[in-house]
Design a protein around this ligand. Structure first.
Ligand SMILES: O=C(O)CCC(=O)C(=O)O
Ligand SMILES: [Fe+2]
Length: 278
């Protein structure tokens, strides 16, 4: 099989054709990982992965995370379900990097489009390295030495995740299990050595070692800068699309522009290592 790779922007994203992801071998796994390092987000059309195959594919890249809040496929708890009929998913219409509220956030996520709306529901990814590279050297130097606090509560507020007593308890437990964690503001990618901004509106509460107004101003500047259209790729989903992103060097945003149509996604989340600063 010949693999055909089509880059989608200068910053990130490539469409990969000629691979059947149900038939992965150690060779294809290596090829996919190499492409992931190069392009940060990979898009595959026309894949039909069962939850078991989806989890098995993801497990080739590392241990899988089990999410404390989202519903899971009953027979496959490593696969979480994003279904507008089950949850209020407006939280994903907020730029974020997945699960940075733990000490070793995910290496990547693999998303499987199960049911897509007739219009809307695109997802955008932004390259954290393209954003970092475009900052002026004095600002790079300033943020290279900074650390920030990441907090689960920013993306999972009471209003949207405690409609039942059971959900409310899940939320309380998740917060207890996951107190805020500290990560570098600039993360050095463990495989490529590239530097990327590692703060997002989804989970980053404050920068440490500066006063509150400085933290707010710096974060607002970095948030606005890091999602400039030039650093983004936008994907219009079809059912059976698979998207694999490097969660160490990207952030993403799921557009909330299709409700009340239903949209269902399955996600496998691959655990990674502890972020390291420059
Ligand atoms: O539904 C989407 O397109 C993406 C949602 C999301 O943030 C995720 O799967 O991590
Ligand atoms: Fe996400």
């Amino acid at each position: 099989m010949t693999i055909n790779v089509t880059p989608l922007t200068r910053s990130l994203g490539a469409k990969v054709q000629g691979l059947d992801l149900t038939l992965f071998t150690p060779d294809t796994v290596q090829q996919v990982y190499d492409l992931l390092l190069q392009y940060q987000v990979l898009f595959f059309r026309g894949q039909k992965l069962s939850p078991a195959t989806h989890a098995a594919l993801a497990a080739q890249f590392g241990d899988l995370h089990i999410h404390p809040i989202y519903p899971k496929v009953e027979t496959q708890p490593e696969i979480l379900i994003l279904d507008t009929a089950l949850n209020d998913l407006r939280d994903n219409a907020l730029w974020h990097t997945d699960v940075t509220f733990i000490e070793q956030p995910p290496l990547g996520s693999i998303l499987n489009a199960i049911q897509v709306p007739e219009y809307g529901g695109d997802t955008l990814w932004a390259s954290s390295s393209a954003a970092y590279d475009a900052l002026s050297p004095p600002l790079q130097q300033l943020i290279d030495g900074l650390y920030a606090e990441h907090d689960i509560q920013l993306s999972f507020p009471d209003e949207r995740f405690s409609s039942t007593a059971e959900d409310q308890q899940k939320l309380i437990n998740a917060r207890q299990e996951h107190p805020p964690v500290i990560h570098p503001v600039v993360r050095v990618h463990p495989d490529t050595g590239k530097k990327g901004l590692f703060v997002t509106p989804g989970f980053t509460r404050r920068i440490l070692g500066v006063n509150a107004s400085e933290s707010r101003a710096l974060l607002d500047l970095l948030f606005a800068h890091s999602t400039r259209p030039e650093f983004c790729v936008r994907w219009q989903w079809q059912a059976n699309d698979i998207v694999f992103w490097d969660n160490r060097i990207t952030q993403h945003y799921a557009c909330d522009d299709y409700r009340p149509q239903r949209r269902i996604m399955h996600r496998a989340t691959i655990l990674g290592d502890r972020p390291v600063g420059p």
